[in-house]
Design a protein around this ligand. Structure first.
Ligand SMILES: [Zn+2]
Length: 679
């Protein structure tokens, strides 16, 4: 949900690391130099100046929505995981061992002959159960079951630490239940969104035909789904309105909330997800549940049954026969993201295996594939950034001493989890076999949901990791006041043979990873949590007002950027990430200035240390994305698109202008009175 605030977009969540085979000879031109398009002036478009030549020589493959550093890294990590999967699938494994689970899961995903032969057969009992539902109470019971095995019809529910008592796990009930990626898709009137909305019922209809309905019945079923989802979308908050953690925290005694929504058999739902011991719930958006309470009677039992059938097939589509899988891809891959063809099957199965069994694969990855010295180097950079952050905080001219003391206390308390966890999650209860792929997916989903549900009633485990070491990403978790940086963040493509120079490491890992994540502790959301991870206002009113004047300036700056067609960045929706980008790179630069490389001022590849630092930062976000995928991101993502993750922060930095001789009159120049310096 909105708890983890991450470095990269969800689409690139699972990208990663290490390539032992790829080498660069010492005579090869420097990687950064090779990316530069010297036909572009840095002051016109620094993003294209830094990355343009790479984009020109690496068109987006037709199976991808983007091309760039994340794809390069994900290809590399996928090759490593493929090797781990294939070794496991061809070995003689003991039943229940990690290798047996990895091997059999991967095998079942690659076994397309069985997948085609079985069709919807593995889901037959599920469809029969839906057919037999008699009333709305049954609907809620089955919806709960789907929450365990696939997807989240009607609402979202999860267990996480209570924002106001961070040591305690709580039940969260959140808006949800939509088939399009966000509520705005049901209402926005730009041409691109309209045509997606118009195509959606055709997709729904085709899926019902694939479930065995004739054309006219399928069209009617599709209309049912659209009606239900449109009604839910109407009462859903916009992404930007989900940002305020106070406004999205409404704690109730369960009994009191149940009486507010007495047509909604919440008890049935909660016992369906094994939470019959619930005593309180935290409701994100009470008005959503007040509407669900009405919707219970607004739609017929048959409409609800269709809605559940759709949720089942939609959740399972990527793991079913090619007719269903292709139709799912046609809509979500091509129509929504512009991707022309499916990625090779092995890649999809490798990523899914890693998604479900990443905790097991990570153990092999750490043991056999991690470059030596990874953890030490990451810690060195992380500590350097933390020290710089502290110095800068103490020098802030806009913050009172009282708030400064508290801010520094919070910074000092941030837990840094780097590399990989000390203990791995125990997946022994997850049963995987050489059976139908979709059956394995359901079992794995069940394990993951039950793992989460089992936390309820227990204290928060502050040692837990929510990412595997082979995940090229990072996060700040406000409730635990911690940053988590998985091991593979050390990898920079083109510098596998020996580690990249500090200019690159301090911009990519220092700025866009550690600096960015530390800043999340002090962005529009993170700043509302104290050193113990509790939602608690520790600011003086004057400091708060000065802080929000600065974050408003960030919103204004990014609101101006046009991404595709007439679609602008939503400055409000993306402000936390933009604040983190702006703070992160400022911290990265200060830390880099303390390194020997910067002080010695030696050129590498004809570039001085400062030039390498800023070009390295542009490399961190070297991503070229299809217009369809860009438009989808603008509506669904809290991160700005790559180009503006580079230009947006840099134009606030005087040293950047100096380094590249950028002056007033240049296209990206931001007048001094509009520049933001928060941290
Ligand atoms: Zn972030």
């Amino acid at each position: 949900m909105n708890k983890l605030i991450c470095l990269a977009a969800a689409a690139t969540m699972l990208a990663a690391c290490n390539n032992k085979n790829q080498t660069t000879s010492s005579t090869a031109p420097d990687e950064l130099v090779q990316h530069i398009d010297s036909a572009v002036k840095p002051g016109d478009d620094f993003f294209m100046f830094a990355n343009g030549k790479w984009f020109a020589s690496h068109p987006i493959p037709s199976s991808e929505r983007s091309n760039g550093i994340f794809r390069t890294i994900s290809d590399t990590i996928n090759a490593t995981i493929l090797q781990i999967c294939e070794n496991a699938a061809t070995s003689n494994n003991t039943k229940g061992s990690n290798e047996q689970k990895i091997g059999d899961y991967y095998f079942s995903g690659m076994d397309t002959a069985t997948i085609e032969k079985e069709g919807l057969q593995p889901l037959k009992n599920e469809f029969t159960d839906i057919d037999n539902l008699k009333d709305f109470n049954d609907v809620m019971r089955y919806a709960a079951h789907l929450h365990i095995i696939c997807g989240s019809p009607m609402l979202s529910m999860y267990i996480n630490s209570d924002d106001k008592i961070s040591s305690k796990n709580a039940i969260f009930l959140w808006q949800g239940g939509l088939g399009l990626p966000d509520r705005d898709y049901y209402f926005n009137n730009d041409q691109r969104t309209k045509s997606i909305r118009e195509e959606y019922p055709n997709h729904l209809k085709k899926m019902f035909v694939l479930m065995g309905e004739d054309d006219s019945k399928a069209a009617a079923s599709a209309a049912d789904i659209y009606k239900v989802e449109l009604a839910l979308a109407k009462v859903s908050r916009k992404i930007e309105d989900l940002r305020d953690p106070f406004k999205n925290y409404n704690k109730y005694e369960l009994k009191a909330f149940e009486s507010k929504v007495n047509n909604l058999p919440l008890n049935t739902f909660l016992s369906g997800v094994n939470l019959s011991n619930a005593d309180t719930v935290i409701v994100g958006q009470p008005e959503f549940f007040e509407y669900l309470n009405k919707a219970a009677k607004e739609f017929t039992i048959n409409q609800w049954k269709n809605y559940l059938r759709w949720n089942l097939i939609h959740g399972m589509a990527p793991y079913l026969n090619s007719a269903i899988e292709s139709e799912n891809f046609r809509f979500y891959g091509t129509i929504l993201n512009g991707t022309k063809e499916q990625r090779p099957r092995w890649k999809r199965v490798v990523e899914d295996t890693n998604g479900q069994l990443g905790e097991l694969i990570g153990q092999v990855y750490v043991e056999k594939h991690l470059p030596k010295g990874t953890k030490d180097k990451l810690m060195e950079i992380g500590n350097a950034i933390k020290a710089v952050y502290r110095e800068r905080m103490m020098q802030l001219d806009w913050m009172s001493d009282a708030t400064k003391q508290k801010a520094v206390k919070k910074l000092d308390a941030i837990i840094m989890k780097v590399g990989y966890p000390d203990k791995w999650k125990d997946l022994s209860a997850m049963e995987i076999e050489r059976t139908a792929y979709v059956t394995n997916v359901i079992r794995a989903n069940q394990w993951h949901t039950n793992y989460m549900l089992n936390k309820y009633g227990k204290p928060v485990d502050r040692t837990e990791w929510d990412m595997t070491p082979q995940t090229y990403n990072a996060y700040y978790n406000p409730s635990n006041n911690e940053i988590v940086v998985p091991a593979c963040n050390i990898i920079v493509p083109g510098y596998e043979k020996s580690m990249a120079d500090d200019a690159i490491l301090y911009s990519i890992i220092g700025g866009s990873t550690f600096g960015h994540e530390f800043t999340h502790g002090f962005d529009d959301q993170g700043s509302k949590y104290d050193e113990f991870g509790n939602l608690n206002n520790w600011w003086t009113p004057e400091d708060s007002a000065r802080f929000y004047a600065k974050t408003d300036a960030v919103v204004k700056q990014y609101d101006q950027y046009v991404v595709v067609d007439s679609l602008h960045i939503n400055g409000n929706q993306t402000q936390g990430e933009n604040i983190a980008d702006i703070g992160g790179i400022a911290m990265g630069l200060e830390a880099f200035k303390k390194t020997a490389q910067y002080k010695e001022n030696k050129n590498i590849g004809g570039l001085n240390p400062s030039q390498r630092f800023f070009l390295g930062y542009a490399y961190a976000w070297m991503v070229n994305m299809r217009p369809e995928a860009l438009a989808t991101r603008v509506l669904t993502d809290v991160h700005s698109p790559a180009k503006f993750r580079v230009i947006g922060p840099l134009v606030n930095m005087p040293y950047f202008y100096e380094t590249f001789g950028i002056k007033e009159g240049d296209k990206i120049f931001l007048p001094e009175n509009q520049r933001v310096h928060i941290w």
